[in-house]
Design a protein around this ligand. Structure first.
Ligand code: MG
Length: 395
């Protein structure tokens, strides 16, 4: 039987997940077709991708690159747009079956809402969308009967463990974490770590923002919140487990005490392909897991004294309302500041903590409340960041 090719919109096509998704498409031209590509800033790469995959439309979010993009594709029948608003609108195009949200941070929220309302299947790589507005997004997806398929490796693992389980309740999720490059560091050592050290993840190749989030364990905090919304469990049912080899990508424990795990080499191509092709498993050339090389798999408790961000995430999700949105906004500001050498690794957590205490709590936020909370929390986090970086200059 011949199935129609799945028409994809890839948002954030020039980033780490986006380029790996295009690798998957390149391997399986019989299964996928690229209908739309969007990027934020990397216009040259976007042009190359568009010339190779010939989508119907491309969007560059940063409008200052519009002329370059247009000139680069003028000999091709590709529609070209620019601006954040255009990113949110292309996802509604009728032929699109699936939208891969692979952009970074808050910018994923609006296009995801548009895609859900247009009834598109979401392959969710932008975890911040569920961190910021998990309740709103899951409610909308339910209303519009839109599946949200996880791309994050842990959530893909959990999702794969649940295939065939029907209504069997989840007792517990074991959310595995590599622990990042600073897992064994003391607090004193953590005080002095540089961005280059933080950008060297031991197991995974990822974009800069998520790599810093992994080093600070904020990524695991976000993933806990993401899991809560994707799988309808409470935060108490999600236990973070440090597993430095990153071979077990997460586990589900059922009410009969059985635990299912999904294993594989740490390679994002696999969870990306699983989401894009779901429910099919397509053949892939990815590296096979060699148990001779990984004969010891180890597990540890996460250290929330050293890595305070994980604790903040549990606190934010306990408070609920706009608290996770404040957490995310503050984190986006401090990660950018850390990457600009404006604050230290540990100061990131100080700014997040103070921002969470300073921004007004909203118990049942609307979409507009999220927009306002995000703006307010960013301004507050920037102010605190400047205070901290100035006081360091004086020392
Ligand atoms: Mg992950």
């Amino acid at each position: 039987m011949h199935e129609q090719k799945r028409q994809l919109a890839i948002l954030g096509s020039t980033g780490s997940i986006g380029t790996q998704a295009l690798d998957v498409v390149r391997q399986h031209p019989e299964s996928f077709e690229v209908y739309a590509l969007t990027a934020n800033n990397q216009v040259d790469l976007l042009i190359r991708q568009a010339r190779e995959f010939l989508p119907e439309m491309v969007v560059i979010a940063n409008e200052s690159h519009y002329e370059t993009l247009k000139a680069g594709l003028q000999d091709l029948p590709v529609k070209v747009w620019a601006g954040q608003e255009a990113v949110a609108q292309v996802v509604e195009a009728e032929p699109i079956d699936m939208v891969l949200t692979a952009m970074v941070g808050y910018s994923g929220l609006k296009p995801t809402i548009h895609a859900i309302k247009a009834g598109k299947t979401i392959a969710l790589a932008n975890k911040e969308t569920l961190v910021i507005a998990g309740e709103l997004i899951t409610q909308l997806a339910l209303e519009h009967r839109t599946p949200i398929l996880p791309v994050d490796s842990e959530h893909s693992a959990i999702f794969q463990c649940l295939v065939g389980e029907g209504d069997n309740p989840i007792e517990k999720i074991w959310l595995t974490a590599s622990g990042g490059p600073f897992r064994t560091f003391s607090k004193e050592q953590l005080q002095k770590v540089t961005k280059n050290e933080a950008l060297k993840h031991p197991n995974w190749t990822m974009g800069a923002k998520v790599t810093i989030d992994s080093a600070s364990l904020m990524n695991k905090g976000f993933e806990m919140i993401e899991a809560k919304w994707l799988f309808g469990v409470t935060p108490e049912q999600i236990q973070v487990l440090v597993h430095p080899q990153s071979i077990i990508h997460s586990m589900v424990q059922f009410e009969d005490a059985s635990v299912k795990a999904q294993l594989g080499m740490p390679d994002m191509h696999l969870p990306i392909q699983y989401a894009l092709a779901y429910p099919q498993r397509l053949p892939a050339p990815f590296e096979r897991l060699d148990f001779q090389r990984f004969h010891t798999l180890t597990f540890e408790e996460p250290d929330t004294e050293k890595f305070r961000n994980l604790g903040f995430a549990y606190e934010a999700v306990r408070q609920s309302g706009n608290a996770p949105c404040i957490l995310n906004a503050a984190n986006e500001i401090v990660v950018a500041a850390f990457l600009n050498d404006q604050i230290s690794f540990l100061a990131m957590s100080d700014v997040i903590e103070q921002t969470m205490a300073a921004v007004a709590f909203v118990a049942a936020p609307s979409y507009d409340d999220y927009v306002q909370t995000d703006a307010e929390a960013r301004a507050k986090a920037l102010e605190i960041t400047h205070k901290i970086s100035n006081s360091n200059l004086l020392v």
